[in-house]
Design a protein around this ligand. Structure first.
Ligand code: SF4
Length: 267
């Protein structure tokens, strides 16, 4: 079985959610404008480093969704998101803080790692390059709100960065956050992942796979009224037995249990 960060993250968020997604084949419908915009924007970033027309690529990729019924949040519209994307690309070019040499090889890089049994782990790292002259592993993020930077050192606890550091052996990691707000902003966040964190993550992977293989799928998202995390979960219709909620948010693709790692490309 091939595992990915997204699979691990789903299991650790709620084992029942993992079962809905990876064993029973339920998937969230691809109608979230923010997620689709993020994919289009990453294509534009790749074009920028390949010395192509980044704004043109963003327009082309985002235009594919113009006439689709997407779910926009917080007053977003197709036009507004495009405009913010172009402004973010401009800001990023002006900042000129990221360098990626041999960009065809150092963007969307696939890493594979064999695990015990017949398992393996796969990760797609957005880029390896330099931030302000320091070589690091880079993840792009698009968001409508700034990422928190306090308390100092918070970024080193980001599980995805720890995972990718474990996969690549690279200690220096960065998140470049493209914030779509009224005045757009690019955050350049860098941190160092320690050997101990990578070692612990290896144990977490082994422990999680052990629980998956022994079919432990009890729901435990945590009950925290008034903010029950289940209310944000796309699988809530299945857990509540409400078909109309299932129909609104999910599609079923049975037999996809071995292709779960493909989710890695979607986030
Ligand atoms: S609705 Fe709650 S219990 Fe059900 S899968 Fe989602 S997080 Fe888990």
């Amino acid at each position: 079985m091939t595992y990915s960060y997204t699979q691990m993250s789903n299991y650790l968020t709620c084992p029942r959610r993992y079962r809905h997604r990876y064993l029973d084949g339920w998937q969230e419908k691809d109608t979230r404008a923010a997620m689709l915009f993020g994919r289009a924007f990453e294509q534009a970033l790749s074009a920028y480093f390949l010395r192509e027309d980044a704004a043109g690529v963003l327009f082309r990729e985002w235009s594919a969704y113009k006439d689709q019924q997407l779910h926009y949040s917080k007053g977003d519209t197709w036009d507004r998101m495009l405009q913010q994307g172009i402004q973010l690309l401009d800001r990023f070019c002006q900042d000129d803080r990221i360098r990626i040499r041999q960009s065809r090889r150092n963007l969307q890089i696939k890493f594979e790692r064999p695990l015990a049994g017949k398992n393996d782990f796969v990760a797609y790292v957005d880029a390896i390059g330099k931030l302000d002259g320091t070589r690091c592993l880079i993840e792009w993020k698009t968001t409508s709100a700034r990422y928190p930077e306090e308390p100092d050192g918070l970024l080193a606890l980001d599980p995805q960065l720890v995972c990718y550091s474990w996969m690549t052996g690279i200690s220096e990691v960065a998140q470049i956050v493209f914030v779509r707000k009224r005045l757009v902003e690019v955050q350049y966040l860098r941190t160092t992942i320690t050997d101990e964190q990578r070692h612990e993550f290896g144990h977490l992977v082994a422990d999680t796979i052990g629980r998956i293989e022994s079919a432990q799928f009890l729901p435990h998202s945590g009950i925290r009224f008034p903010q029950n995390p289940c209310s944000m979960c796309p699988y809530i219709g299945l857990c509540l037995g409400k078909q109309e909620l299932v129909d609104t948010r999910l599609v079923r693709r049975p037999g996809a249990e071995n292709l779960g790692w493909l989710d890695e490309l979607a986030y």
